[in-house]
Design a protein around this ligand. Structure first.
Ligand SMILES: [Cu+2]
Length: 218
């Protein structure tokens, strides 16, 4: 009994302090705002997406721009005018550091990275940013949220995500008059995303990057 009370005395303050951190994604350029947060288990981090098209993807300190196996991935969240109502919530379950990036184009290399509980020394957030600048972009998880990203208009998209080498499945519910994906476009948006995503410009390097990504994928 005494032990239980002692445990309660330790746990109660933690429960009482459970907090949510609001993080803006892309509101001020290629940024997470704030870029890192101190959190304890039980806290949440709520990401709100701003134009044009970003992700929140969990990675690791060692590979800043590669999805962590079994990690979190919001999928691409295109919006013409932010903030997007459809937020993404990360549940903090550990006091250990958790590392994130945006998987759009070269956003990660451009410094669009985020951390929960980055250490003050050693594997710091600043070092994570520096490592990201020179990091390879790893392939995203398969599935409707992880497919080829709509081309980012703001990122110098020289290394598009893992475009599927084969024809993409054609959405059955294409909007009338919309530009249905033909299977070759590197920027075909997921069917469930706003039609506005189709209006994103395709950088000149988009097709080439898509081909390179396809070759790499093989
Ligand atoms: Cu981004």
């Amino acid at each position: 009994m005494q032990l239980s009370l002692a445990a309660l005395a330790v746990l109660l303050p933690i429960v009482a302090q459970a907090a949510n951190f609001d993080v803006a994604v892309g509101q001020e350029g290629l940024t997470f705002t704030p870029p890192n947060v101190p959190a304890v288990p039980g806290d949440t981090v709520t990401f709100t997406f701003y134009p044009k098209n970003h992700t929140v993807t969990q990675s690791s300190f060692a590979a800043p721009c590669t999805p962590l196996e079994g990690g979190e991935h919001s999928g691409f969240r295109p919006t013409e005018a932010g903030p997007l109502e459809d937020t993404f919530v990360f549940d903090v379950t550990s006091a250990d550091p958790a590392w994130f990036y945006c998987a759009q184009g070269q956003h990660c290399q451009g410094g669009m990275v985020f951390a929960v509980n980055p250490p003050a020394e050693g594997n710091t957030y600043e070092t994570f940013v520096a490592n990201a600048a020179a990091a390879e972009s790893g392939p995203l998880p398969e599935g409707p949220e992880g497919g080829a990203p709509p081309a980012g208009p703001s990122g110098g998209d020289t290394s598009a995500g893992p475009s599927a080498p084969g024809p993409r499945p054609t959405p059955s519910g294409s909007a009338p008059g919309g530009n249905a994906p033909s299977g070759s476009g590197p920027n075909a948006p997921p069917a469930t995303r706003p039609a506005g995503a189709e209006k994103f410009a395709v950088p000149a390097g988009g097709l080439l990057a898509g081909l390179i990504a396809a070759v790499v994928a093989l």
